[in-house]
Design a binder for this molecule. Sequence first.
Ligand SMILES: Cc1cc2nc3c(=O)[nH]c(=O)nc-3n(C[C@H](O)[C@H](O)[C@H](O)COP(=O)(O)O)c2cc1C
Length: 345
Amino acid sequence: MESAHAHRKDEHLAITEANIRKAGPQANFTDLRIIHHGLPELAVADTDISVQLPDFNLPVPFYIEAMTGGSLRTGQINAQLANVAKETNLAMAVGSQSITLKDPTSYASFEVVRQVNPDGFILANLGAGRNAADAKFAVDLIQANALEIHINVAQEIVMPEGDREFYWLDNLAEIVAAVDVPVIVKEVGFGISQTTLTKLAAIGVKYVNVGGRGGTNFAAIENQRNHATDYDFMLDWGQTTLESLIEGQLSSTDITLFATGGINNPLDILKAQIMGAKMTGVAGHFLHTLLTEKEVGLTNEILTWQTQLHELYALVGAKDQTALTKTEYVLSPELANYRHQRLGK
Ligand SMILES: Cc1cc2nc3c(=O)[nH]c(=O)nc-3n(C[C@H](O)[C@H](O)[C@H](O)COP(=O)(O)O)c2cc1C
């Protein structure tokens, strides 16, 4: 008999998949339009999509975001995702490892990711309420190259068994100081604000994944699990991914930003990069492809996306990520208004 925690991971998986196309408002990447120029003077073959970060480099600017592990079923999915990551040279995050802190029978569902992909770039994952010893354990269990710490207040509020205490900054500071791999603080779909970035920078956080609204909607997922109390009014809580990246642009910190939340194609990736995301994570969309088209379908999709990203770089005349920042764009009236109201907050 698997634990309640393991059961929750299975439920997230099932509800996400059932709602993949309809959970809450979608990410509005159409709110940003790239200006087309007809003479880029560049060849697809001369573009470089690799990413150089302060502490590590990656060949591809997108990765498989944190989803699974903890139960038998999600362990199998982790193994499949790890195999795809290996075949496509992609980084991959595991789902929250908090279950491993109390249930040794869950170890294998995470360890399999390292076994399948011994040389891959793998990110460990834990919640912000954990301490430095927990974080070191999570990293060691899968010999992780980096650690994601998720902040998910809105999810906890809607979650039937969710936390009600959110004193997290001291723990985060302790973790950042103690672990010897880069730490990425990530939201899980409610976005980031300038104030949150400032608080994180003050405790030494160098990487933040803005995890914006518009993709997988944990308010909707938890609300579906929460049969006792209705939280329908929370479905559009938080900043979208593009709004969060605007927060990043307006922030005075020099935190390196990643983005997730509603990224469904290579153009979404390009737009997130233009708005300042160095890396982009994809969760729900890749899960859907894996469940419907198996490993071979997901491998093909990811390889196609890599080719298409090279093409898009050529289309906008950017030979690499640094050149992308010069891309011209216009914002929709709604997003321009958001930016205007949020100046200097
Ligand atoms: C089934 C499922 C399980 C998830 N579990 C975790 C988790 O354990 N830890 C975490 O940090 N994020 C988790 N996430 C959030 C994703 O990593 C990502 O931030 C979010 O889904 C937004 O990306 P998307 O719109 O591409 O799905 C999960 C997402 C899905 C779909």
